[in-house]
Design a protein around this ligand. Structure first.
Ligand code: SF4
Ligand code: SF4
Ligand code: SF4
Length: 282
């Protein structure tokens, strides 16, 4: 049963079902169904994985199909195992006070287009709202991180200093005229200053996402390499599609993650191959 469906794992005679969770969000109906399935067929306990999936334990073989049907009825499916695009994780997004856009929308769109796509290896994708990323996209095969280049309207700034308090990089000072000045060399393009300025004197000069390739969270963990420092959010889905197709066509049998693939081909060549037709903003 489990060979064709790698999201089913047999342990001590019972089955464990791994359930995909789009962008880490579950509706109350889905939560109720998970609760009922676990109570009726399982152990009455679930586990939330680091990839934001739900694991249902100790499901008796005779109840597996029924459990999958009940999941399907609320839009949930088994998945995120084997050589394919794994569950796409996302931070809490625009509900976070430090987030200048909505990464959940992008994560959902990526899931619609590429979720469970079969590939030569496992590809893990994570989307984060800002470059102080809670869900560690830099340790994923494809990491996507929201970025904002802030611009201070000097005429508007009243020198309150709030942006200085929130900047983790100590990139902002007040000049002699009591106006905020950003040191671009220190700035990590997070957008917190913009979000926290009480009179909206800071706006986004450029906004987009950084794309990182070939990260790996196993031991030892490796950060991926930057494919593009900033591209438009709307170019992300086409670019991820290109990356996955390129991997599909060019991976060697032993390249079961993007890291060895990226190392063999080289990030410079990948930039040339993959960024054609994509506007790189920075
Ligand atoms: S990654 Fe950034 S935007 Fe997302 S929840 Fe964490 S701090 Fe907020
Ligand atoms: S965008 Fe730059 S200046 Fe503004 S808070 Fe982030 S690091 Fe500091
Ligand atoms: S928070 Fe806004 S008004 Fe206050 S110093 Fe910074 S830019 Fe100026």
């Amino acid at each position: 049963m489990s060979k064709k469906r790698p999201y089913l794992t047999k342990t001590d005679g019972d089955y464990e079902i791994k359930v995909r969770v789009k962008a880490g969000c579950l509706s109350t109906d889905q939560l109720q169904a998970i609760r009922d399935i676990s109570k009726d067929y399982g152990r009455g306990e679930i586990h939330l994985t680091v990839r934001q999936e739900v694991l249902l334990f100790n499901i008796k073989e005779e109840f597996v199909e029924q459990a999958l049907k009940r999941l399907d009825a609320v839009g949930l499916k088994g998945g995120s195992a084997g050589f394919r695009v794994r569950n796409i994780t996302c931070c809490v997004g625009a509900r976070c006070k430090n987030c200048a856009w909505d990464p959940l929308l992008l994560a959902r769109e990526l899931d619609e287009k590429f979720g469970e796509m079969e590939l030569p290896g496992a590809v893990k994708i994570a989307v984060a709202g800002c470059p102080f990323p809670c869900n560690r996209p830099q340790l994923n095969d494809i990491g996507i991180i929201g970025r904002v280049k802030p611009y201070v309207d000097i005429d508007k700034c009243d020198g309150c200093g709030r942006c200085i308090e929130v900047c983790k990089m100590k990139a902002i000072t007040l000049n002699k005229q009591n106006k905020a000045v950003i040191n671009q060399k220190k700035c990590k393009l997070c957008g917190r200053c913009m979000l926290n300025c009480p009179i909206s004197a800071i706006s986004a000069e450029i906004q987009g996402v950084t794309i990182i390739l070939g990260g790996c969270g196993s031991w030892p963990a490796f950060s991926g390499e930057i494919l593009a420092k900033m591209i438009k959010v709307e170019d992300t889905v086409p670019l991820v599609g290109k990356i996955l197709e390129y991997y599909k066509e060019n991976a060697q049998p032993e390249e079961k993650r993007l890291r060895p693939f990226v190392k063999r081909i080289g990030i410079e060549k990948l930039r040339k191959e993959l960024l054609q037709g994509i506007e790189v903003l920075m």
